[in-house]
Design a protein around this ligand. Structure first.
Ligand code: ADP
Ligand code: MG
Length: 625
């Protein structure tokens, strides 16, 4: 609970008690007025302050205007309790909203907390793991491709593209090399860096990132604030209506002014959209909350909204639809021993976190000696170039070999082939295969059930492997042999066709596509720091079948929010009409609003019920075994 939440609760309670005392005490009029005024100010002062600020900024027509004018009006016509009730009710609505924001913020910052957990500290030429808090100024640390920079520092060795988007919002990575400063929180995309630390963890940029993400969240939740947008039109309209009601009928019908002024004020009080204020954020809160209980983290209500409109889902292959843990199928050396080929490959991959690299390193049974690994460059979507024991090793796919003019032989075995060149000469290849995730097939069919017609798969892997995976799980649209840039081009082409695109990915190479699409969904366990940072939605346990579930939740949330809006507005219009004609007392109007809010709340709480999805997921889990 934030401080705001706690003080609001206290204010609501104190003001409520005073209100009850005022109503039932039977004090004489003047004493009672003081009790009511105290209750009124305690309940309403944040609203009054915002009202004054809005006037100062020359944009007075928001919900605060309505609250203030209407509650003063209620006092003016001798209906003080109703005026207080409106404000109290509004504050309870804000409490709900605050709670919702607080909860999702906590789930996001716990996510970022996971990231810079350990540092590769360089001590006497050896890399040892350490905690960022323990690193001192002038210590040397090593940052591998795809890792987040844990502490601010200056590069002393190596060069890399740096993704600074989490600090600057600039999406294009920039090149950094010896002598350049790197800030913690940035992500080193492709090179290995040695960095001399220039600030302690507590003073470094890393701690500011969490604030930044929180701010981003707040900015986004403001833009999604339907109520504020709505109030910009609704308020002037209602005020105009009240003015007309106060002056037109008495002039036209030549009746007494006081009845109509009274009715106009009643009209204003009735117009307060309290139920609406509560019911919409609550629907989204329910959706985000329900999803988070299923291990689907949604970074804001606006993404839930965007997800409900998605008509095209694009998957990355490796690590997303497949497990990303490769089995080595065969090792085919060329004029070299099998053991030596694997030793060279494992050393060239020393710094890489790519699933291919991890598998090769796991297969090599010997000791990997980091000190013989010199400069390393990771070429996204292709492979790595590394100096191992003074020899230039090239390791990766066909296009990398062709680009470096190495003549290779394609083996006649199904799988992803990793070719190895040493000092410009072909030395053999390693064939690896990946397992398709156990729920990928269901994920695709569930998506089709959910009404998603266009499903595509993108991969940097070769055509036959891509086609095989696509066929096994029912995706016809397969694009293979792609470089990271090609993936964005395809996403951009789909966007330019007017489609609403969700991109689901895991890897370092995917983060631009995650950021570029309408909704970026990252695999949380497999995913790199960069991918989780760029994504709008994170699936914590990497199950692709949670994509269709998230879409279903988003559609349901939208329809519940819509039901709430229609219901609250139609009741409001009805009561406004009755109020204008003098058929409604203020007490009745306030009670109607409470009734509408309760029904809207109950409607929204339906979103937290997820047992249907949970049992669906359990079935999938059982099939795995
Ligand atoms: P995907 O799109 O399937 O996730 P990537 O774009 O990450 O795949 O990589 C495409 C291909 O590039 C891989 O299938 C592999 O052949 C090669 N590759 C990429 N990184 C490496 C690496 N570190 N070592 C070896 N090969 C790599
Ligand atoms: Mg990938």
């Amino acid at each position: 609970m934030t401080l705001f939440g706690a003080t609001t609760i206290v204010r609501v309670i104190v003001s409520g008690i005073l209100l009850v005392i005022g109503i039932f005490s039977g004090f004489e009029y003047n004493v009672n007025l003081i009790v009511f005024l105290a209750s009124y100010v305690i309940a309403g002062y944040p609203v009054f302050i915002r009202f004054l600020k809005a006037i100062w900024n020359r944009q007075p027509f928001d919900e605060n205007f309505l609250m203030t004018v209407a509650s003063i009006g209620a006092f003016a016509v001798g209906q003080a309790p109703e005026g207080i009730a409106i404000l109290l009710f509004y504050q309870v609505g804000e409490l709900f909203e605050d709670y919702a924001v607080d909860r999702s913020r906590r789930s996001i910052s716990s996510l970022t907390d996971l990231l810079p957990e350990s540092v590769n500290l360089l001590k006497d030429g050896e890399i040892v793991g350490s905690e960022p808090e323990k690193v001192m100024i002038d210590d040397l640390i090593v940052i591998r491709p795809g890792e987040r920079v844990p502490l601010d520092g200056i590069i002393t060795e190596g060069s890399s593209m740096i993704d600074t988007s989490s600090i600057t919002g600039e999406s294009v990575p920039r090149k950094a090399t010896v002598g350049d400063t790197v800030l913690s929180g940035c992500i080193s995309v492709n090179g290995v860096l040695t960095v001399r630390v220039t600030s302690l963890y507590a003073d470094s940029t890393a701690s500011r990132i969490i604030d930044m993400i929180e701010n981003a969240y707040e900015a986004k939740s403001k833009s999604e604030n339907f109520v504020t947008k709505f109030a910009r039109y609704y308020t002037p309209l209602v005020v105009l209506g009240a003015l007309l009601l106060a002056f037109l009928p008495p002039i036209i019908l030549s009746e007494a002014f006081d009845i109509w002024i009274y009715r106009a004020l009643t009209f204003l009080v009735i117009s307060c959209p309290c139920a609406l204020v509560i019911s919409i954020p609550l629907a989204f809160f329910g959706g985000i909350g329900g999803a988070s209980r299923l291990g689907i983290l949604i970074k804001g209500g606006n993404y839930l909204d965007a997800l409900s409109k998605v008509d095209t889902v694009v998957f990355d292959k490796t690590g997303t639809l497949t497990e990303g843990t490769f089995d080595v199928e065969s090792i085919i050396p060329d004029d070299i021993s099998e053991e030596e080929l694997l030793r060279i490959a494992a050393h060239a991959e020393f710094h890489s976190n790519h699933p291919v690299a991890v598998s090769i390193k796991n297969t090599y049974s010997g000791e990997i000696d980091g000190s013989i690994v010199g400069s390393v460059e990771e070429i996204g979507g292709k492979g790595v170039k590394a100096s191992v024991g003074g020899r230039n090793v090239l390791l990766g796919n066909e296009s990398l070999m062709s680009a470096e003019n190495i003549v290779f032989e394609r083996p006649d075995i199904f799988g992803t082939v990793i070719y190895v060149g040493v000092d410009g000469v072909y030395r053999g290849c390693i064939v690896i295969t990946d397992r398709i995730r156990h729920d990928s097939l269901q994920a695709v069919s569930m998506l089709k059930d959910a009404g998603i017609k266009n499903i595509a798969m993108l991969t940097g892997d070769i055509e036959i492997v891509g086609e095989h995976v696509g066929e096994s799980i029912g995706i016809d649209d397969v694009y293979a042999d792609l470089l990271p840039g090609d993936k964005i081009s395809i996403v951009e082409r789909l966007l330019s066709e007017g489609r609403s695109v969700a991109f689901v990915g895991d890897g370092i190479n995917d983060s631009p596509s995650l950021a570029r699409s309408d909704v970026g969904i990252a695999m949380g366990a497999m995913g790199s720091d960069a991918a989780i940072e760029a994504a709008d939605i994170v699936i914590m346990d990497d199950m692709p079948s949670k994509v269709p579930i998230a879409i279903k939740i988003s559609k349901k949330t939208r329809s519940i929010a819509f039901q709430n809006i229609v219901f609250a507005l139609s009741v409001k219009v009805l009561f406004l009409a009755l109020g204008a004609l003098g058929h409604i007392t203020l007490v009745e109007a306030v009670f109607a609003d409470v009734g509408v809010a309760v029904i809207a709340i109950l409607n929204s709480i339906r979103m937290l019920r997820i047992s249907k999805y949970r049992s669906q997921l359990k079935d999938l889990e059982l099939q795995k075994k």
